[in-house]
Ligand binder design. Structure first.
Ligand code: ADP
Ligand code: MG
Length: 246
């Protein structure tokens, strides 16, 4: 497999008026093309910090990030960041417009994605006409519109109720695989991580350090919903649960 991202000795300290907060400490990992990698860890351990640094929202304090030439990263925003006064299509075109890339060709690509992933009838409707699952797909298509190689998902499903979340994990997973994207997902939901990932990076409590990395090998890898019934699923759950509660 092709290594497309290399993160070495990444550290971050936040400085506030009162104090210095060490969020993450010396984190190193590689990402290979086509992988689905999850980062799990206790609340406040620095998971979002890692993603925010990767997509240049904040500066790192130390370390190095190297991405293979020509590859790019996009951050999937939450579905509730869809603009209510813009149509589904216009919402999905926002990223392209900002980058000045809203050519006819790119617009056709977005319409193709909307059609392929069940939003064809909603192209000219507004987000309030969409179900929770459709909004999530719309948010994903908005991210895919700029043709990123690596997608970052931060607790993307956490605002949804359990049932919807299971179905959407399946949807999102299928779309990411279908479009041959690489994904790095942050979640506090261990089941979600195990059911979707090739690899899970477990962080310690703050300052987040890498505690363990698991290669997830299920007996019969399938869709995220089915993976939850796999014999190996509960084994990984027990092991990682222990790591998280040590
Ligand atoms: P997680 O996503 O794992 O819950 P975060 O990366 O959001 O954790 O935060 C890690 C730590 O850094 C937390 O203690 C948080 O309060 C702190 N933190 C996050 N953002 C800032 C900021 N902008 N300024 C100061 N402290 C911050
Ligand atoms: Mg977070």
């Amino acid at each position: 497999m092709k290594k497309i991202l290399e993160i070495t000795n990444l550290s971050k300290k936040y400085h506030t008026e009162k104090e210095e907060i060490e969020a993450i400490d010396n984190i190193s990992f590689d990402i290979y093309e086509g992988e689905f990698v999850s980062i799990v860890g206790p609340s406040g351990c620095g998971k979002s910090t890692v993603l925010s640094i990767l997509c240049n929202l904040i500066n790192k304090s130390k370390g190095n990030i190297s991405i293979l030439n020509g590859y790019n990263i996009a951050y999937m925003l939450q579905s509730d960041s869809l603009l209510p006064f813009k149509t589904v299509l216009d919402n999905c075109l926002i990223g392209l417009k900002i980058k000045g890339l809203d050519s006819l060709e790119n617009k056709k690509y977005v319409i193709k994605l909307l059609n392929t992933y069940g939003l064809g009838d909603f192209i000219n409707k507004y987000p309030n006409n969409l179900s929770g699952g459709m909004r999530q797909r719309c948010a994903l298509i908005r991210t895919l519109a700029v043709k990123p190689d690596i997608l970052l998902l931060d607790e993307a499903m956490s605002a949804l109720d359990y049932q919807t979340r299971l179905n959407i994990s399946d949807d999102i997973y299928k779309i990411i695989k279908n479009e041959k994207k690489t994904a790095i997902m942050v979640t506090h939901d261990l089941s979600e991580a195990i059911s979707m990932s090739d690899r899970i990076i477990v962080l310690s409590k703050r300052p987040g350090k890498i505690k363990k990395i698991y290669n997830i090998k299920l007996d019969n890898p399938s869709t995220p919903i089915n993976n939850r019934k796999d014999k190996m699923f509960s084994k990984y759950f027990e092991r990682i649960w222990e790591d998280l509660n040590e």
